[in-house]
Design a protein around this ligand. Structure first.
Ligand code: SF4
Ligand code: SF4
Length: 342
């Protein structure tokens, strides 16, 4: 199984088959889901491999941590199924190769990783980061590579991830605060699923923000606003971090409005669905998501992932909802100015 820790017997004995039954992009009853899943486990053709939008959600739906989505990606690659057009996949593989383009700050044992996303250069600032802003790494050498899950290229991840981890280890970093949610998911889910050792402690930036906000508790002015949370695809790799959203919102006086498309039923930003499945489905997913935000009276839409920001921030603003990144809404609560604006 190419190194993936996957338990066939567990699937054979599984009653719910929730990996496929709960999929928001396929309408499968339990028996159909069982049949199709068994085909995938056996390495046979299944329409599921073509229909999958690579939303990552089945990783969260499986109650046994049996990595159904990683298996789907393996099978897509084995069968030459392309979830996106080949030129886009090739472009991503080439432009993110770790070939020496990176930046390393005055790195301490505890450091920030901006992955390969320049937006974090703008977001990291102010009191919440004053002790650590310079202890940071950025660039292809530190890029987690999980994006290739969207492109049926598990082979690229398996080849590059150990090199990326080694690059981080060479900086003598002991605790890595992952500003990109997907890096955290890579180090805590993807790497262990393939038996790849992670010789440092990954810390989700939500946990970091929560601890920092507690230090500044006396300076917090409750925002008293209703927000819709844009729960991104990579949260599915580490759903146990979701409670930090509630914890942070509790500290800064924000109401995470209950809505149809949050938590396990979240809809992703759909930008990769646009490439994989076309405009019609992507537009429908985005419209349903934003209609839901409007319906519950959200004043802000809080983003976790900068890629979701790029695809949805302007659109939610046009619907009368203010987009804001999680780091920025924390800054706002202690009287600082947000960095990202549309
Ligand atoms: S992957 Fe998980 S949910 Fe799906 S059949 Fe196997 S054990 Fe059940
Ligand atoms: S990744 Fe998403 S679309 Fe694909 S099978 Fe899993 S839940 Fe369904």
């Amino acid at each position: 199984m190419s190194g993936l820790k996957f338990d066939k017997t567990r699937c054979s004995n599984c009653k719910g088959i929730s990996c496929l039954v709960e999929c928001q992009y396929m309408d499968l009853d339990r028996e159909k889901a069982r049949t199709e899943w068994q085909k995938i486990v056996n390495g046979e053709d299944s329409f599921v491999l073509e229909a999958c939008t690579t939303c990552y959600a089945c990783e969260e739906y499986c109650p046994f941590g049996n990595h159904p989505f990683y298996l789907i990606v393996e099978r897509q690659e084995q069968k030459g199924i392309l979830p996106s057009p080949r030129p886009i996949i090739t472009m991503w593989i080439n432009q993110c190769e770790p070939v020496g383009r990176f930046m390393v700050g005055m790195v301490q044992e505890k450091a920030l990783s901006s992955c390969f996303l320049p937006a974090f250069g703008l977001l990291v600032g102010g009191k919440l980061f004053e002790d650590i802003a310079w202890s940071s790494i950025f660039g292809q050498e530190f890029f987690c590579n999980a994006v290739y899950l969207h492109y049926a290229r598990m082979s690229v991840i398996k080849e590059r991830l150990p090199r990326i981890i080694e690059n981080i280890q060479k900086q003598a970093i002991k605790e890595l605060i992952c500003l990109h949610d997907e890096c955290y998911g890579t180090f805590t889910s993807l790497a262990p699923a393939y038996g790849i050792e992670v010789p440092f402690k990954p810390i989700h930036y939500y946990e970091y923000l929560y601890d920092k906000l507690k230090e500044y508790k006396d300076e917090i002015k409750p925002l008293n606003v209703k927000v819709a949370y844009q729960r991104n695809c990579s949260v599915r790799l580490a759903p146990d971090t979701d409670h930090f959203v509630d914890d942070i919102f509790g500290l800064i006086g924000v109401d995470r409005v209950e809505r149809e498309y949050d938590r396990e039923n979240a809809l992703c930003c759909a930008e990769l669905i646009r490439m994989a499945k076309g405009y019609e489905l992507a537009d429908d997913v985005q419209k349903r998501n934003m209609d839901d935000m409007v319906k519950v009276g959200a004043e802000y839409c809080v983003f976790n992932c900068p890629a979701c920001w790029d695809s949805l921030a302007e659109k939610v603003a046009k619907r009368g909802i203010k987009p804001i990144h999680m780091i920025d809404i924390c800054k706002l609560a202690i009287g600082e100015k947000p960095a990202l604006e549309v």
